[in-house]
Ligand binder design. Structure first.
Ligand code: GTP
Length: 365
């Protein structure tokens, strides 16, 4: 296993997480107060992977600056793109690092505890050119479902099947093993999609297998996924996680699972949690209620404000008696003035000052 390398697709624009992704790459979004990429690198290191190729494009330097050349005993190589190459193009571009044996490919926006060693063993037993990890979901209609034969060979893909029409409830988990020969299927120098161009061809040739994993799996695409990933990881950790130098008033309540970052201050009678991550340097006033939410570093939450199922950006300020609810996304440095209510999927772009309530889904530019 020593020589197994992993390529992580880490260059997407994360358009569905704007405006939070305008100022940071998705790989650095905190999940249970730890950047997404750290969850992935830790799981690779646990499974004995030694080298990671980070395929980067959008905000490449932010990722490289954060990770450096090594972390969790992994050597990290950066493969930079001049323009977006979709999901297969970046693998072709990193070809020089991937020719020495089967390698792992991971969608960077997935968190899972799939055992990569078992995946590799399965791949070797089946003898295909590529193996896709499959996860069973109750409703595959927002994903692509796969049809398999009795040997685990993938016969075809059905993108976004209508409810009840899926050939199985197994979906592509974004975690693959490729033989170096797969590189010959990817044209160089242009964007190529693994899912749309490469896998159908391999399936047609009978060279693609599916590995059914039952593991923790969550992908972060839209804000609801991000909140769900955060909750799942907090549940995994359990309890109330406290950073250093936190000051919590003795009349405040912290409901597990919850994670409180370094130097956070929480005022009297506030109730925080469950399923809530408060990043470092956040200040929360008196009588606040925060549940199922993610608060980025340095935000200020004024007295008697309440936040439910929402994401609050870095250094945002909620004045007093502010309410933010249900899938709303508040950009970095936004100010929500006294008494403002924001509900139902409202997105507010960075540095806006909002003085009136917004009760319908919309984007405030
Ligand atoms: P949306 O823009 O919101 O769809 O998000 P995304 O940019 O993450 O796109 P998508 O979910 O389709 O991407 C799946 C994975 O591939 C993510 O980990 C992306 O970072 C990565 N990815 C997508 N496009 C590129 C690319 O052009 N280059 C590289 N290196 N990675 C990419």
């Amino acid at each position: 296993m020593n020589s197994l390398k992993a390529l992580i697709l880490a260059g997407g624009f994360a358009t569905r997480l704007r405006p939070l992704s305008c100022t940071r790459p998705k790989m650095l979004f905190p999940v249970a107060n730890k950047p997404l990429i750290d969850w992935t690198l830790e799981s690779l290191s646990r499974c004995g992977v030694e080298t990671v190729v980070m395929a980067v494009n959008y905000m490449a330097e932010a990722i490289a600056r954060y990770l450096g050349p090594t972390k969790y005993n992994l050597g990290i190589i950066y493969s930079r793109e001049e323009r977006p190459l979709d999901t297969a193009g970046p693998i072709k571009r990193a070809e020089e690092h991937l020719r020495d044996g089967p390698f792992l490919v991971l969608n960077g926006d997935v968190i899972s505890d799939v055992d990569y060693r078992e995946l590799l063993n399965y791949h070797r037993r089946k003898g295909g050119l590529a193996t896709i990890t499959l996860i069973e979901v109750p409703d595959p209609s927002r994903y692509g479902a796969v049809e398999l034969d009795g040997e685990g060979r993938i016969l075809r893909f059905v993108e976004k099947p209508e409810p009840g029409r899926a050939p199985s409830n197994y979906i592509n988990a974004g975690i693959y093993i490729f033989e170096p020969d797969v590189l010959d299927y990817i044209p160089a120098g242009r964007p190529v999609s693994t899912e749309r161009e490469i896998f159908p061809k391999l399936a047609e040739e009978g060279l693609l297998y599916g590995y059914r994993a039952s593991a923790l799996w969550v992908d972060i695409g839209v804000p609801e996924d991000y909140l769900r990933a955060n909750s799942l990881l907090l549940e995994r950790i359990g309890g109330v996680q406290m950073g250093e130098d936190v000051e919590v008033d003795e009349t405040a309540k912290l409901l597990p699972p919850t994670s409180i970052g370094k130097r956070v201050r929480i005022g009297g009678d506030s109730v925080i949690g469950p399923n809530t991550s408060i990043a470092e340097d956040v200040i929360i006033g008196r009588g606040c209620r925060i549940e199922n939410s993610i608060i980025f570093p340095g935000a200020i939450i004024g007295d008697h404000s309440s936040i439910k199922n929402a994401i609050i950006g870095e250094n945002a300020t909620l004045e007093r008696w502010v309410k933010v609810e249900t899938g709303s996304l508040i950009g970095d440095y936004v100010t929500l003035c006294d008494g403002v209510t924001i509900t139902g999927g409202v997105t507010i772009c960075p540095s806006k000052r909002v003085e009136e309530s917004i009760l319908e889904p919309r984007r405030v530019m």
